[in-house]
Design a binder for this molecule. Structure first.
Ligand code: NAD
Length: 268
């Protein structure tokens, strides 16, 4: 099974073992579905939402794909270690890791905030990808093959008042992407980041669910729409494939021009 892009070009990940962390909803779910369509064996991973993860797995299987659902907290290194052991048992060693699980955290200006909240965001958004990449690279290096995709954010570049932990974690994950790409470049392992802009998912429902804040958000994007989860799923499956075989150590922005200073669109 391969995902036909257009006649003559197809994305083929047949039997590659893929873990997409936090894929029981949002961007992760879309990425998992695209990977499965391209023929990969997909681990649909959840922290909460086991039912939802199992539903995604049965839909993938009903369409002729291969998938299992596995749970765990990415900010807990023991749980990450066990997750990878379970993947070894179920599918064999991992070929493609997508570090997608993430949280925004509570809004709080530095000083008025709570240090536990800051640590939680760093734990999930930065330590989690590190723990997973560590386990993945141990399995990829001896086999000289692999792709690691880190989902950062437009906030790896753009500061966001009240969310200093989120911005710091994503900027940190961007530098981790580059450093790890350098470390793994002799092993035929690519490491890339995708920086989404504003994509309609449960993480930002409070913003797009309200007409006033939706207008404010749209004013921050050069293109006249929010992103859809498919916008990210398609880029992830391309970056995971051999079509992207010379791309490593960089971030692909998928943001409809959010980082283009849209206020300058009309001159001034
Ligand atoms: P989402 O809330 O739908 O998905 C987040 C996923 O991460 C969920 O499946 C959740 O269960 C999982 N998760 C949270 N904490 C976890 C933990 N400790 N261990 C394991 N899994 C955990 O949100 P989303 O928008 O799909 O976000 C996915 C990623 O994309 C995140 O890293 C987020 O920062 C990033 N992102 C999203 C947007 C956007 O506009 N939606 C923009 C930029 C970046």
């Amino acid at each position: 099974m391969a995902l036909e892009v257009r006649k003559g070009i197809s994305i083929d990940l047949t039997d590659r073992v893929v873990l997409v962390t936090g894929s029981s909803s949002g961007l992760g779910e879309s990425i998992a579905r695209y990977m499965a369509q391209a023929g990969a064996k997909v681990v649909v991973h959840y922290r909460t939402g086991k039912d939802r993860a199992e539903k995604i797995v049965s839909e993938i299987k009903a369409a002729g794909g291969k998938a299992i659902a596995l749970g765990g907290d990415v900010s807990n290194k023991e749980e990450v270690r066990n997750l990878f052991l379970s993947i070894d048992k179920a599918f064999g060693p991992i070929d493609i890791l997508v570090n997608n699980a993430g949280i925004d955290g509570k809004r709080g200006l530095v000083g008025d905030d709570n240090t536990d909240d800051w640590e939680e965001v760093i734990g999930v958004n930065l330590m989690g990808p590190y723990y997973c990449a560590r386990e993945a690279s141990k399995r990829m290096k001896p086999r000289k093959t692999g792709v690691i995709i880190n989902i950062t954010s437009v906030h790896e570049y753009v500061p966001w008042s009240g969310y200093s932990a989120y911005c710091s974690a994503k900027a940190g994950l961007s530098m981790f992407t580059k450093t790890l790409a350098q470390e793994l470049s002799d092993f035929n392992i690519r490491v890339v980041a995708i920086a989404p802009g504003a994509i309609k998912t449960p993480i930002n429902k409070d913003v797009w669910g309200n007409p006033e804040s939706l207008k404010d958000l749209l004013d921050k994007i050069a293109m006249p729409r929010l992103g859809e989860v498919d916008d990210i799923g398609r880029v992830a499956v391309f970056l995971a494939s051999d079509l992207a075989s010379y791309i490593t150590g960089t971030t692909v922005l998928v943001d409809g021009g959010m980082a283009l200073y849209p206020d300058f669109k009309h001159g001034g």
